[in-house]
Design a protein around this ligand. Structure first.
Ligand code: IDC
Length: 494
C-alpha cells in the first residue's frame, strides 16, 4: 500500500531549494561502497490519543555518508497504520512500515540527521514501533510516547527562525526553518509575523488562521477544559483559540491575578494542542480604552513576560473601542505595545478600530483615518468585527478596501445579529467567510460556548454534559462554523 506524503507539494518545492546543497555534500563525500561503515540512531517520539497518534522519527546516520535511505520499522501488530506522512514516501504491509527518503533529504553525511513524521491510527495495541533499520542496519535509539495532549510543548514547532520578525527567511537551507516536525498549526507555522498586509508563518508565507472565541471567561469557564479544547483542536481542526477576558462586567478588574492565571492556563491548553492563542483584553463598555490603560499595562506586562518564550501567542489589546476617535485608540496602542514588546519582542499585536472595531463604519467613518495614520509600531494588525445578520455589503466593501493597505484580523464575528442573538444568517455568513478566505484574513467566531443565544456554537447545557465533539451538541451557528473551520488548512512551507 502506497501513501502519498501529506507534504508532497511542500517537499517537491523544498527539494529544489536544497538541491544545490545536497549535491554539494554528496559530491564532496567518498562514494558509498560495499564495505562502508554502517550505523544509525533513531529517536522516536509520539503523541497518542484514543484511536490516533502523531509519530516523529529523528534519524541520525552513524555510518559513512549515504545518498539515500530506506527506514523500516515494525508496529506491534497490523492494527497500527500510517495514514499520512511527510518527508518520506511511506508504505505498509501488515505491521511492517517502509519509509523511503525524498530527493532532498536522502543525502546524510556521517553524523547528519533528518526528521520525518506521520499521522497514524491504531485500534489494538499501543502504537509503539520497534526494530528500526536504516538501509538494512538495525538502529540504536530511544522511543518515547506520551498521551496527547500534554502540557509539554512536544507538539510545537521545530526550531523557530531568526528572531527578527520582519526578515525574510535566509536563502541558505542550513539556516532556513527546517521541515516541521508536527502537523498542528503551531508546529507547521511557528512564530508568526506580519508581512505586508498578511499574517505570515515562519517560512514567510501568508496564512489564514481559523478558529473560535471563548465567551466571557467570568461566565463560561466551565466550557474551557481538556475535553472541549480537544474537540476544538481535533474535531473542529481549529487553528486558533481567542481567549476573551472581559475587563468590566465582573471580569479582570474584580480580580486581576485570578483572570491573568486563567488566561495563562488557556494559553497552555492551546499550546498543548498546537493552536494559536489570541489573548483578548475584552474592553466593551466603557468604549474609551484609555479608561483601562493602567490595567492594560499591568495585564500585558504579566502575560507577555510569562508567555514570551512561546510561539503561539498573539495579543489583542482592546476589543471594541467605541465613542472615541482613532487618535485616542492609537495613543492607547502606542502606550501598551511597548509594554508587550519589552517582554515579548516578536509577537504580533492587534489593535482595535473605531466604532466597535468596524474601521469606523458603525460611527459614520471609514478606514481612511487608519490608513493615513497607522500605529507607530512594527508587526501590528488591525481589528475588524462584524455580525453577519446586521452588517452586510457596505461593511464588507470597506474591509476589502482596507485590507489592500492594512493587515487586518477578524478577531471576532458572529453569524447572527450584533446583539449576539437573532436568526442565524447563513447566506450573509457564507459571503463574509468566502471573502475572508479569499483575502487570507484570519478569524475567530463568537462563541465557543453554550450561552443561551444563537451566536453560541453549543446547545445550552452542553458544557455541563462534558461532550463536545461531533454535531449532536451544536446549534445552527456551531454546525456552520465547524463545517467551515474543519476543512483543510493551507499552510505553505516553501
Ligand atoms: C455579548 C454576549 C452577551 C453579553 C454581552 C455583554 O454575547 O451574552 O451579555 O456581550 O457582555 C460584541 C462584543 C461581545 C458581545 C457580542 C454580541 O465584543 O462582547 O457579546 N458583540 O453582542 N461586539 C459586537 C457584538
Amino acid at each position: 500500500m502506497q501513501f502519498l506524503p501529506r507534504a508532497s507539494r511542500r517537499s517537491l518545492v523544498a527539494a529544489g531549494a536544497v538541491a544545490a546543497l545536497a549535491a554539494g555534500v554528496t559530491a564532496a563525500l567518498p562514494a558509498v561502497h560495499a564495505m562502508a561503515a554502517t550505523g544509525c540512531q533513531v529517536t522516536y517520539t509520539a503523541n497518542t490519543w484514543a484511536g490516533g497518534f502523531t509519530g516523529n522519527v529523528a534519524i541520525k546516520n552513524l555510518g559513512d555518508a549515504i545518498s539515500s535511505w530506506t527506514l523500516k520499522w515494525t508496529f506491534p501488530d497490523s492494527g497500527q497504520k500510517v495514514v499520512q506522512g511527510w518527508s518520506a514516501t511511506y508504505s505498509q504491509s501488515g505491521a511492517n512500515v517502509t519509509a523511503v527518503s525524498m530527493d532532498y533529504n536522502g543525502a546524510l553525511a556521517t553524523g547528519a540527521s533528518t526528521t520525518i513524521g506521520f499521522n497514524g491510527s491504531w485500534s489494538t495495541a499501543n502504537p509503539t514501533p520497534t526494530s528500526f533499520t536504516l538501509n538494512g542496519v538495525l538502529c540504536t535509539g530511544s522511543t518515547t510516547t506520551s498521551p496527547s495532549p500534554s502540557a509539554s510543548p512536544s507538539r510545537s514547532a521545530s526550531p523557530s527562525p531568526s528572531a527578527s520578525p520582519s526578515k525574510s527567511p535566509s536563502p541558505s537551507p542550513s539556516t532556513s526553518p527546517s521541515t516541521p516536525t508536527g502537523t498542528t498549526p503551531v508546529a507547521i507555522n511557528g512564530q508568526l509575523h506580519v508581512c505586508g498586509v498578511n499574517l505570515c508563518n515562519q517560512y514567510n508565507k501568508a496564512i489564514q488562521l481559523r478558529g473560535m472565541s471563548t465567551h466571557g471567561l467570568q461566565w463560561f469557564a466551565s466550557c474551557y477544559n481538556d475535553a472541549s479544547l480537544d474537540a476544538l483542536a481535533n474535531d473542529w481542526n481549529a487553528d486558533l483559540l481567542r481567549i476573551a477576558m472581559y475587563v468590566q462586567e465582573q471580569g479582570y478588574e474584580t480580580n486581576p491575578t485570578a483572570f491573568t492565571n486563567q488566561v495563562n492556563a488557556l494559553v497552555d491548553k492551546a499550546q498543548a494542542r498546537g493552536m494559536y492563542a489570541l489573548i483578548d483584553f475584552h474592553t466593551l463598555t466603557p468604549g474609551d480604552p484609555t479608561y483601562n490603560l493602567d490595567r492594560a499595562k499591568t495585564f500585558f506586562a504579566a502575560v507577555a513576560a510569562r508567555n514570551a518564550a512561546k510561539n503561539n501567542v498573539i495579543y489583542e489589546i482592546t476589543n471594541e473601542p467605541n465613542g472615541v476617535s482613532w487618535q485616542t485608540i492609537k495613543n492607547y496602542a502606542e502606550q501598551v505595545i511597548p509594554v508587550i514588546r519589552a517582554a515579548d519582542p516578536d509577537a504580533v499585536v492587534i489593535v482595535g478600530t473605531r466604532g466597535w472595531s468596524s474601521l469606523g463604519v458603525s460611527e459614520g467613518g471609514n478606514a481612511t483615518e487608519v490608513i493615513n495614520n497607522k500605529v507607530n509600531a512594527q508587526n501590528v494588525m488591525y481589528t475588524f468585527h462584524f455580525y453577519a445578520a446586521s452588517h452586510k455589503d457596505n461593511y464588507r466593501a470597506e474591509l476589502e478596501r482596507a485590507a489592500a493597505s492594512l493587515p487586518m484580523f477578524v478577531t471576532e464575528f458572529g453569524t447572527v445579529t450584533y446583539t449576539g442573538g437573532g436568526a442565524f444568517d447563513q447566506s450573509s455568513s457564507t459571503a463574509w467567510l468566502d471573502t475572508l478566505d479569499r483575502l487570507k484574513i484570519s478569524y475567530a467566531n463568537w462563541t465557543y460556548s453554550d450561552a443561551s443565544e444563537s451566536s453560541a456554537a453549543f446547545k445550552p447545557g452542553t458544557c455541563a454534559g462534558g461532550q463536545y465533539a461531533g454535531t449532536s451538541v451544536l446549534q445552527d451557528s456551531g454546525l456552520f462554523m465547524r463545517s467551515r473551520i474543519r476543512t483543510a488548512d493551507n499552510f505553505p512551507t516553501s
